[in-house]
Design a binder for this molecule. Structure first.
Ligand code: GLA
Length: 456
């Protein structure tokens, strides 16, 4: 967990099991306090340094401990963000009540106990430029140049207090041009006001789009593509708050090569995802090669998750992805060390969706502290193997069948750069499959995936 010296700290110890629970933390740096009942760690650390903490959770049935590293330094987002974003479900139908119920649902469903933390408002919270909708009209900014919210969001500070009190974090959205993609007030020439306003509201995450900046940029050259992101980075650096900086310009100018240089914690690598097999796989499997650009604090972002009830609001429908396609989606996004932003209405999650998002062994692949992104190891027509190096020396390996028929997929140890007897564990089923030498093969259903951990 990365935090900058002097910034407000918030981390909720993820632990599943019966409440009440009693939390403790050994070795917390000076300035941090733990609420023993909720497991929320808050405070401010002034000095740079690395602290290895031992977290403990205890209930009537037993206890569990885990090491946790806090790095107080320049870099945040040391693991890919786990959260929710309003766009893929609500789009323009987002409002204060829906965001509160998303926070309620993240806590009540138990997602919070698996590490999910961000509640991010996407576009459509600002004043809209051209509209008759009484909820959206008004002065874009006040006399001091501070941005106004529309009537759907009466008080952002109260909303963020509500979210933080649950141990969750809050995100917001803007664009570097005069208007956002949906035609609402954006940050052009008010970047410092906006960064300051976000900090005052208690914002922890900014998705920064590109829309309408095309009119401002002189051309499509790299310096022009980078410029607005440097400007907002500088503005964010001036505020006394850690705000994850998420770039969203769809991969222009090979952003993966310079997203980190402009100070982005993540950058979208493609256009918008929809809940179809074609969209999800075209995006997901096109990430091969980008792994060289990902590391703790800097992540490729192949866009948000399309499981559960989605719809770009107000009408929602169950994702069009089949169950096996959803295993492919979550396995691949985890291997890709992508930010995982749930795109569905969390108040309407069924058991299958919740299971997809709360398998700790699968989430470990996404959240591994080494921060290596998987690369493609082999491709034989529709059959692909992807592998990710893990901190403990093991490999997380995905077997993907993009074809129409059930097929056997094989990974050779020589392709994975390993040798000898290896233990293979099925991560979705949380079950050891046995020891194997030289290779592992598995039958994978059409459009499905098998995700394993290989270790010795
Ligand atoms: C762009 C982004 C989407 C969403 C919309 C909001 O299309 O790529 O993810 O943020 O803008 O208008």
């Amino acid at each position: 967990f990365g935090v900058r010296p002097g910034s407000p700290f918030l981390f909720t110890i993820p632990a599943t099991g019966k409440r009440p629970m009693d939390f403790s933390a050994e070795g917390l740096p000076i300035g941090l306090n733990l609420d023993k009942n909720t497991g929320h760690i808050t405070g401010v650390v002034k000095e740079k340094g690395t602290h290895v903490i031992v977290l403990k959770a205890k209930n009537a049935l037993g206890s569990s401990t885990r090491q946790f590293k806090i790095i107080v330094g320049d870099q945040i987002a040391l693991t890919p963000a786990l959260g929710w974003n309003s766009w893929n479900c609500f789009a323009n139908a987002v409002d204060d009540a829906k965001v509160r119920s998303a926070a309620d649902a993240m806590a009540k469903s138990g997602l919070i106990n698996h590490g999910w933390s961000y509640i991010n408002i996407d576009d459509c919270w600002e004043i809209k430029a051209k509209t008759d909708d009484p909820m959206l009209i008004g002065e874009p900014r006040n006399e001091k140049g501070m941005i106004n919210t529309n009537k759907k969001f009466p008080d952002m500070k109260t909303l963020s207090d509500y979210i933080h009190a649950k141990g969750l974090k809050m995100g917001i959205y803007s664009s570097p041009g005069p208007l956002t993609c949906a035609g609402f007030t954006a940050s052009y020439q008010f970047e410092e006001n906006d960064a300051q306003q976000y900090a005052e509201w208690g914002i922890d995450y900014l998705k920064y789009d590109w829309c309408s900046y095309g009119r401002i940029a002189k051309d499509n050259s790299l310096p022009e593509l980078k410029k607005p992101y440097f400007v907002m980075r500088a503005a964010l650096n001036k505020v006394n708050r850690d705000i994850v900086y998420s770039l969203c310009q769809y991969g222009m100018g090979d952003v993966w090569k310079w997203g980190g240089e402009v100070g982005g914690n993540s950058w979208r690598t493609t256009g918008d995802i929809t809940d179809t097999w074609e969209s999800m796989t075209e995006i997901g499997f096109s990430q091969a090669g980008h792994e060289v650009n990902a590391k703790p604090g800097n992540w490729n972002d192949p866009d948000m998750l399309v499981v559960g009830k989605v719809g770009w609001g107000p009408q929602l429908h169950p994702t069009k992805l089949s169950p096996n396609e959803q295993y492919t989606h979550i396995s691949l996004w985890g291997l890709l060390s992508s930010p995982l932003l749930i795109g569905c209405d969390m108040t309407q999650m069924d058991d299958f969706t919740l299971n997809l998002l709360t398998n700790d062994e699968v989430l470990e692949v996404s959240q591994d502290p080494l921060g290596k992104q998987a690369g493609r190891v082999s491709k034989d027509g529709d059959l692909e193997v992807w592998a990710k190096d893990m901190e403990d020396g093991s490999k997380a390996v995905g077997f993907f069948n993009r074809g129409k028929w059930k097929s056997e997929i094989k990974a050779r140890w020589s392709d994975l750069g390993i040798a000898g007897k290896q233990l293979v564990r099925d991560l979705w089923r949380q079950k050891d499959l046995g020891n194997f030498s030289e290779e592992f093969k598995v039958s994978v259903p059409r459009h499905g995936a098998v995700l394993v951990k290989i270790s010795h």
